[in-house]
Design a protein around this ligand. Sequence first.
Ligand code: SF4
Length: 400
Amino acid sequence: MRVSLDGRDLATYPFLKESQQLAGNIADSLPVFLEGVTGKRAASSAADRVIEAVTKPLATDPPLPSSEALSVKIEIASYAIARILVSCAKDRQMIDRLAKYEANRAYRALINEEPEKRVFLYQALGMDITAGGLSVVQYIPLAAHLPEDRWRLVNRTVDRGIVAVSSGEKDELLREQIRVLVRSHLPLPVPERICQLLAAEQGRIQAAVSERMLEEYGVVETGAYPPCISAILQALADGRNLTHSGRFSVTAFLNNIGMDPAQIIRMYGRSPDFDEERTSYQVGHISGRGGTEYTAPSCAWMKTNSLCIRPDRTCDKVQHPLTYYKVKKRRLSSGRPVSHADDFPATGSHDHKESDQGDQVPDSRSDDRRKGDEKYDKRKHADQSGDDIKDPGFHDGTKV
Ligand code: SF4
């Protein structure tokens, strides 16, 4: 099908081959372009794109791009530079959010397009819908990351290898296809010189991300720490050595909720092997001083590494210690009394081996609380002597 694309189309769908050809011309002389007036405008617009992706992903429909030649050029360059910016940041979460943002942005425009242009977009992005649906081979990888049950193959009508999808669902699958396309090849191998040219915009993005984290997590509320983090911190306060996994998870967690690195370093002060210089280096590394900021590991990772210690009822509702913290903090600041039951260990909903936890760090709670827990926790700890939190292996380098 022949559809002619105008400048506005190219700017609206900057990931299309036709748009990328224009971006390719810019990339040939990127340092020169970035130092010029148009390049600076494009870099600023790219940073706005990333900031929006990270802080308020498409609260409203994006304005339609202008069809004026210079604006088209800036818009397409802005898309390409946004990919460069997140690559320089080496931040996996930022990359994922940008991909999602770009897909949503295009989706909002495409659902209002003429049918011919939509068909063109399906074809241009490799989705064969000529059979009225999508082949199973194409459908499965696209639906794999869509969370709702309606996308599971068992819930679809499949006829001779074709999965039936409604017109609206085709658009949703196209959005997913765009997300995958934008996400592919990221992070790009960007030369350091280019990242340096974009340092000011990177700083602007980092400031916006920090501000958002402050809004999201606010001031540090120690009473909202999840049990695993409290247990690790208690082990530190008791002057016990932590394993690599324990250090990594607690440092990343405290950094993610906005604790000052100097304060985190102070927490290690009672470690038997405390070395300020080395601790400062490690904390700085996890906090992003080396260019990559790490996100605290998920509950699944904590369980695998025997660091999910004494989960309570709130743990049943979360899959990440940071989510636990947000939920508990919200509850504390609402003035709603925290249910006593919330703090008792959950019974049986966690898939860790019970003997893997609790033994490894002392129970720091008051005698009354501990007795209360014992009613629920009949475990006999086989080994009370181990000082270290067990580390069954290296962490998998969880980066964002
Ligand atoms: S379930 Fe998650 S938040 Fe709760 S103790 Fe385990 S790792 Fe921590």
